[in-house]
Design a protein around this ligand. Sequence first.
Ligand SMILES: Cc1cc2nc3c(=O)[nH]c(=O)nc-3n(C[C@H](O)[C@H](O)[C@H](O)COP(=O)(O)O)c2cc1C
Length: 407
Amino acid sequence: MQKKNNIFSGKKIVVGVTGSIAAFKVAGWVSSLAKDGADVSVVMTQAACRFVAPLTYAALSGNPVLTDMFAAEEAHAISHIQLGQEADLVLIAPATANTIAKLAHGLADDLLATSVLAADCPVLVAPAMNSKMLLNPATQRNIKILRELGHGIVEPESGTMACKTDGPGRLPEWENVREQLLRSLSEQDLAGEKFLVTAGPTREALDPARFLSNRSSGKMGYALARTAWRRGADVLLISGPTTLKTPFGVKRVDVTTADEMYNGVVEACTDASVIIKSAAVSDFCPETVESEKVKKDDARLVVNLKQTPDILQQLGKMKEKHGYLLMGFAAESRDHRSAGEKKLANKNLDLIAINDISGENTGFATDTNQVTLLDAKGFTDLPLTSKEDTADYILDRISKMLREKAC
Ligand SMILES: Cc1cc2nc3c(=O)[nH]c(=O)nc-3n(C[C@H](O)[C@H](O)[C@H](O)COP(=O)(O)O)c2cc1C
């Protein structure tokens, strides 16, 4: 299976650890970054060394941990500005109230502070502290200053703190922080674009217990929403029923039926610059829905169906008026290319991804996919790869089309 890219691979990431009780959590983060191929250098404040031994981070990152600006310089190990200047990204986690105050005011009395002042790359700060400390106007003002300086703030989560109080101030889950790092490291070629992505199946009720649906897991649409956000887009995801977590940063609206999907999409499309319709919407629904559960004994074995509204067709009709770029998917088990060609033309699409659902590693519910893209210029076969990489390939094409449209 061909992999497109790994954003962390080879990136120089400086992790600044400060004196918070949450310092132990970041050991797992360092380990994950190192496994993803990042070159991680950990800088610890003196207070941080009281919580976790530097050896822990050294072992997990595979690099020496720096704790003293003067000792490092004397040993010619590293200059006080070198780390910041060479980094692709600086993450300060956990960030204490003290360090946040220092950074807000440009103090430079330790290696972490000088590294941030000298940094020529994105800086992400992940505050972690007792809620009262966090909500104190002094800390809030300092966080505001950091934002004004252009630093990213990883919003702390609410919950029970180590000090046994409830409220905001906890370090978020790594999964969410990782997404913010990926956005900071990704080219923001979709910044300013408003994506509307649909995903998942729909369900059409037969009676209060039963419904007609399909095998779509929503994985492809969710991967598109996630990667579009990473690349700078604002993303609205309209999703049929799935078990998937909402991708970080993405706004999600849940619908169940094809009618609900139609109403949600038609309402939201006027605000979108790109629409990707990857949901597997039911083409049919029962003519009548039984109000009571049909008993096994009196079940009629024939269900009359009617067509559901054609969302893609409607979007195709409204496209010129609203000026969005429109992409669809064709899930086909035979005659893929000709079916894709027909759909591109009939639905007035700019781009279509043709999906072979008969393959073992492609289509519904798998983690991999192999699609063929078709636009006005012709067919492009994408490699068999993860749905996330497939999403990135598709977004490369959309990004190029948006640039051409702008000229
Ligand atoms: C047990 C303990 C836990 C602490 N946890 C935090 C914390 O979560 N967040 C915070 O801002 N300060 C916390 N502090 C206070 C900092 O360690 C203190 O302000 C220190 O000066 C921070 O230094 P630094 O910013 O250079 O790492 C804690 C102190 C102790 C003794």
